[in-house]
Design a protein around this ligand. Structure first.
Ligand code: AMP
Ligand code: MG
Length: 416
């Protein structure tokens, strides 16, 4: 132990860090109208109220015959004549007494009819004077009828401000006649990686790598994570481990960007220039977050732009992005629900090395409905995040026995 080292600040709990970070994420005020076709993944900037009911009228959910139930009772097993034919997209006329209407899925129910009998339950006879139908039994009132407004009532708020649009919600928007939607503009994010050891695939062949060099992997997954979250990304590449170079990159990135996101250089080693560089141009808080992987994390401001510094270790960078940057970017877009959702699933592994920090273990769902653990949980082993399909959110100090229920967070949810 070095007696001269100053006492370390206590680690910040993840939940506190998230609350603090979200407190800085004022939603962007600019709004744009986009085609409903292009709105998937965007955040709605206003409520949308339905000007009509969906479906607009009662309609059949089967191919068959629309009937008046009382007539079927009265017919007492005798055939009824088919008085009209109503296909989807056409409107029938009032059902004549003691007759039925041939009807198809989606076609409006004619006035007077109060049930549909599916064609499989009908015996059709064709005669020169027209078709007749004998029904297997007496239908229930309302049978196979989809009621007007059962999906959406007129005047209902169908889509709400702060909602992130999905394929289903853009379909719903279209069902109430919306061909354009107002969404919050995309956040502009400047991305760069720090580290003199980093080289780019394509620039240097594997056999030509100098000792100590590694490929820049963070740049690839961070960029695609940002794009998936609806951001416009300016990729500033790799910045050398020098104070002046880091300052230059930050100055350039602060122009016209909402967020500057970096990876690496947020520890407090001699080669970590993020802290002094950001502080010389703005303000910075270095946080030690009580999570594993992940610990070092930085939030600050550079000339009006938000600054977030992620750790360099690939898995730390990946996990802290999902846990902290993702909700931050969603909030910038005005999204209200940014909580990560976990479900209880049995562990099919044991975890005896309880850590002082809350841990996010890379796991894989197996066919038996349980979770398997990736064998190497090191923060540098990106294979764990590829093999895994989610994280176990394991509380600090918690040992896991096979069969224990643990909290699982699916990557497919976090990456959507
Ligand atoms: P740092 O946070 O800069 O101290 O980096 C921690 C570890 O992550 C070191 O082993 C770095 O070589 C590695 N690292 C940093 N940035 C990247 C990157 N962009 N891609 C892959 N590994 C990285
Ligand atoms: Mg570094």
């Amino acid at each position: 132990m070095n007696a001269l080292r100053p006492p370390r600040a206590p680690l910040k709990p993840l939940d506190d860090a998230l609350i603090e970070l979200l407190g800085f994420a004022t939603a962007l005020s600019a709004v744009e109208w986009v085609s409903t076709f292009d709105a998937d993944g965007r955040a709605l900037a206003q409520d949308f109220v339905s000007g009509l009911q969906v479906p607009p009228q009662d309609n059949s959910s089967m191919d068959g015959y629309a009937v008046r139930r009382a007539d079927v009772v009265q017919a007492n097993g005798q055939a009824l004549s088919v008085s009209q034919r109503i296909a989807a997209g056409t409107a029938g006329t009032e059902l004549a007494p003691m007759t039925v209407a041939r009807i198809f899925t989606g076609a409006p129910i004619p006035a007077g009819a109060d049930a549909v009998v599916m064609q499989e339950d009908c015996e059709l006879t064709k005669t020169d004077t027209g078709d007749t139908v004998r029904l297997a039994g007496v239908p229930d009132l309302g049978q196979w009828i989809r009621r007007a407004g059962e999906d959406v009532t007129q005047g209902a708020v169908v889509l709400s401000k702060g909602e992130r649009l999905t394929p289903a919600s853009i379909g719903l928007a279209a069902s109430i006649g919306l061909h354009r939607l107002s969404v919050v503009r995309r956040p502009k994010v400047a991305l760069f990686s720090t580290g003199d050891e980093l080289v780019m695939p394509g620039d240097v062949a594997p056999e030509a790598m100098k000792p100590g060099a590694i490929y820049n992997s963070n740049r690839f997954f961070l960029r695609s994570l940002l794009v998936r979250l609806g951001c416009e990304v300016t990729d500033l590449g790799i910045v050398p481990d020098r104070l002046d170079a880091t300052q230059d990159a930050l100055r350039a990135a602060a122009q016209d960007h909402d967020l500057i996101l970096t990876s690496g250089g947020v520890s407090v080693g001699e080669e970590d220039h993020i802290k002094p560089a950001v502080q010389s141009l703005g303000s910075l808080d270095l946080w030690q977050i009580a999570i594993k992987p992940g610990k070092p994390f930085a939030y600050g401001k550079v000339q009006g732009a938000h600054f977030i510094g992620l750790p360099g270790n690939p898995v730390s960078s990946f996990v802290t992005f999902l846990l902290l940057v993702r909700p931050f970017l969603l909030r910038l877009q005005g999204v209200s629900d940014v909580a990560m959702k976990s479900v209880a699933i049995p562990a099919h592994f044991t975890w005896a090395r309880a850590d002082k920090r809350r841990e996010f273990l890379r796991v894989h769902r197996n066919a038996a409905g349980g979770l398997d653990l990736f064998s190497n949980q090191s923060s540098g082993v990106l294979t764990s995040a590829v093999w895994g399909d989610g994280l176990v959110d394991n509380p600090a100090g918690q040992v896991i026995q096979a069969g224990d229920m643990v909290r699982f967070i699916s990557f497919s949810e976090l990456l959507a």
